[in-house]
Write a protein that binds this ligand. Structure first.
Ligand SMILES: [Fe+2]
Length: 341
């Protein structure tokens, strides 16, 4: 057996006997005569198991065990107490102190070998299991991170497809996602909620994929029929995104982002807090980006005009809480960076 055993015992006869029994079985044996010598030995050597005598002068077995436990590397080595006592109190005290097992002196060679073998094998199994769990956990985290990345990239690709369809709203979805995340952060949403709202923002207009290019890109005014088609994009978005069952909030963003706080929006005419909070945030970000990006018939609106519109929409088109946050963001954006470049 290819084990390395440290024996700590003040009785030279015991050391000799243990050494004989264990080395006959092919084990490597190190013998020391005191607890102090054992602790010192363990500063530079880590054996597979320690046989520790309880009754020793100066530092007894319990004190030695406590000192061993202060050494992080040695503290994981299993310790078997050697005792001539036959009292259960000593055993209880030893087990409580962290001993793995007891062996009574004088040794029965077979019992000594079997206990050592079982203890070391058990400890190795535990260590293998722990490292297996650690490895699997690491792999799962890596896999999870990759999946999250793929989901995000698919959302980005899809939002790129929406924006590519509408030649006047280049980058609109990504900007709405950015502004929505900023509003959510200021409103005290958690990091996870902010990430969710970013994804919801990216895909809020996905229903536009189902609208004919001739209507989306029509330069002039839309007739009532064309307007009705455009106003159907929240429902189309819902139909597309409800296939992503793991993320039902995506549907919420698509369906309700054209609702108005005063109840005059579409498709359901919901008002106030009946409109899902994610959609109330996106509504502000969406309207803000519409005003701060170029159109076929106009350039980006001046910042003070946009500010006036957001203020006007406060409590009417927009939830006043999120309109106020948007106004604060604009006031801090002195050089008017938050717009289509
Ligand atoms: Fe929209």
């Amino acid at each position: 057996m290819n084990y390395w055993i440290l024996v700590i015992d003040d009785d030279p006869a015991n050391l000799k006997m243990a050494n004989n029994i264990l080395s006959t079985e092919g084990m490597r044996v190190s013998c020391v005569k005191s607890g102090e010598a054992g602790v010192k030995f363990l500063q530079e050597n880590i054996p597979d198991l320690i046989l520790l005598d309880i009754h020793m002068p100066v530092m007894d077995g319990f004190e030695t065990l406590a000192a061993i436990h202060k050494n992080a590397e040695a503290s994981v080595v299993p310790v078997i107490f050697l005792t001539a006592d036959d009292d259960s109190d000593t055993e209880t005290r030893g087990l409580k102190a962290g001993a793995t097992d007891f062996i009574k002196k004088p040794f029965n060679p077979e019992v000594l070998l079997l206990r050592i073998k079982h203890t070391i094998e058990l400890r190795r199994l535990q260590a293998d299991l722990a490292s297996e769990v650690e490895q699997k956990t690491y792999e799962l985290i890596a896999q999870n991170t990759k999946l999250e990345k793929i989901s995000m990239q698919i959302c980005m690709a899809l939002s790129g497809a929406i924006d590519a369809k509408d030649k006047y709203t280049n980058g609109h979805s990504a900007r709405v996602a950015d502004y929505s995340r900023m509003i959510a952060a200021r409103a005290g949403f958690s990091k996870e909620e902010q990430d969710n709202i970013y994804m919801i923002g990216l895909l809020h207009d996905v229903g536009k994929i189902g609208i004919p290019d001739a209507i989306i890109n029509k330069p002039g005014k839309l007739d009532p029929d064309e307007m009705a088609v455009i106003m159907n994009h929240p429902i189309m978005g819902e139909n597309i995104l409800k296939l992503i069952e793991e993320f039902p909030l995506l549907v919420t963003g698509a369906r309700y982002h054209h609702e108005r706080y005063d109840g005059k929006g579409y498709p359901d005419g919901l008002s106030g807090e009946n409109i899902p909070i994610e959609a109330r945030i996106i509504a502000v970000a969406d309207a803000y980006d519409a005003m701060t990006s170029r159109r076929s018939y106009r350039d980006v609106l001046p910042q003070e005009v946009v500010r006036g519109e957001v203020e006007k929409g406060r409590g009417a088109q927009f939830d006043p809480v999120f309109a106020d946050i948007m106004l604060a963001m604009m006031d801090e954006d002195k050089d008017y960076h938050m717009r289509e470049k």
